[in-house]
Design a protein around this ligand. Structure first.
Ligand SMILES: [Fe+2]
Length: 343
């Protein structure tokens, strides 16, 4: 029986969900000003200082505070650039979204934004990622794009065949499947395609394939990249074609959609049980109170990280593994995502 996408939303008729940015640096500054104005004004009373004791002056307090802040900033910077990018966590999700048959078990290991290349994603680190991912023994391995480090800070280049081979050796009974990300398109798309193909990893570009044994079938759909061509001044042209991709879904079996950037999510119909994305790095630098500082999404922090549910539609955004723009992570350690469906 053919599935129907007659009600497939378009970019123009899907109601946007109002998003309230929880806090901004402007709010914090306003709060700080309000607190200062409400506090009683204090003046230094030099005559009250006992003889022989150092006077606590405003200048000394300010100098001490500045020193502490400076030390904290240096320590935080050292942690963000040298320690956290070299860490590795497995983030686990267990869910049964409405579009997925209750009780049908499927496990997936998701690798997003590897950005292979030192200083952060060295060959040693990549091997550790592949070893850890392999130990999860999932039914399916998903690669969500942005395979190489492309910023100016690269100090160790990893041959394409090497990182692709490491990803291929993770292995899974239902295979390893890949999509492309914006950095792949911007810098080396032909080489990335060739590396994945030579490693035996199929690439889904506006394609859908049926996987699973009889009675446990599901569709894996991979979207073309939404930022493939840079047009300048923050404008892009994508190669994504969601209607064409989903038109290939030829049965009523459930659908899992792979999309490098999560910004497609408001346009994904409820027919898709789960959308998987990367790209945001979870903001990459999360400062307390004002995180995430920068999220490459037109929706701000709405799809920055984690499990998002909107109108009963499910999205999981991985914080990824490598770094882009600057070689640092803070509050978003490199992660392998493990998803269990049908729990
Ligand atoms: Fe990306």
């Amino acid at each position: 029986m053919r599935a129907s996408f007659g009600l497939l939303p378009t970019k123009w008729n899907v109601p946007e969900i109002a998003y309230r940015n929880e806090r901004s640096i402007h709010d914090l500054r306003a709060n700080w000003r309000a607190m200062n104005e409400a506090a009683p004004k204090r003046t230094t009373n030099e005559a009250a200082t006992p003889p022989g004791r150092a006077r606590v002056t405003r200048r000394r307090v300010l100098a001490g505070s500045a020193g502490l802040i400076g030390l904290s900033a240096v320590a935080t910077g050292a942690y963000a650039s040298a320690i956290e990018p070299q860490s590795l966590v497995v983030t686990r999700y267990a869910l049964n979204p409405p579009g997925w048959p209750a009780g049908r078990k499927l496990s997936m290991t998701v690798i997003a934004d590897l950005h292979a290349g030192g200083p952060d994603m060295t060959l040693t680190h990549i091997r550790r990622v592949a070893d850890s991912a392999g130990r999860l023994k999932s039914d399916l391995v998903i690669l969500l794009g942005d395979y190489t480090a492309t910023y100016r800070f690269v100090n160790e280049r990893i041959p394409y065949a090497v990182w692709a081979g490491e990803l291929a050796r993770i292995g899974a009974p239902l295979g390893t499947w890949a999509i492309l990300g914006n950095h792949d398109w911007w810098h080396n798309v032909a080489d990335v395609r060739r590396a994945l193909t030579d490693a035996g990893i199929p690439l889904l570009e506006n394609d859908a394939v049926m996987l699973g044994a009889e009675g446990e079938r599901f569709w894996l759909a991979g979207l073309g990249d939404q930022l493939a061509y840079r047009l300048g001044h923050g404008r892009f042209r994508g190669v994504d074609d969601l209607p064409k991709t989903l038109a290939q879904v030829g049965t009523d079996d459930p659908v899992i959609l792979l999309a490098h950037e999560p910004d497609i999510f408001p346009h994904v119909p409820a027919r898709v049980a789960l959308t998987l994305s990367g790209h945001t790095h979870g903001g990459q630098i999360r400062l307390p109170l004002i995180w995430p500082a920068f999220v490459p999404s037109k929706y701000g922090a709405r799809f920055a990280y984690g499990h998002v549910i909107e109108e009963d539609r499910h999205l999981i955004v991985s914080g990824g593994l490598g770094t882009s723009f600057i070689p640092a992570r803070l509050g978003v350690p490199p992660e392998i995502v493990h998803i269990q469906l049908g729990v």
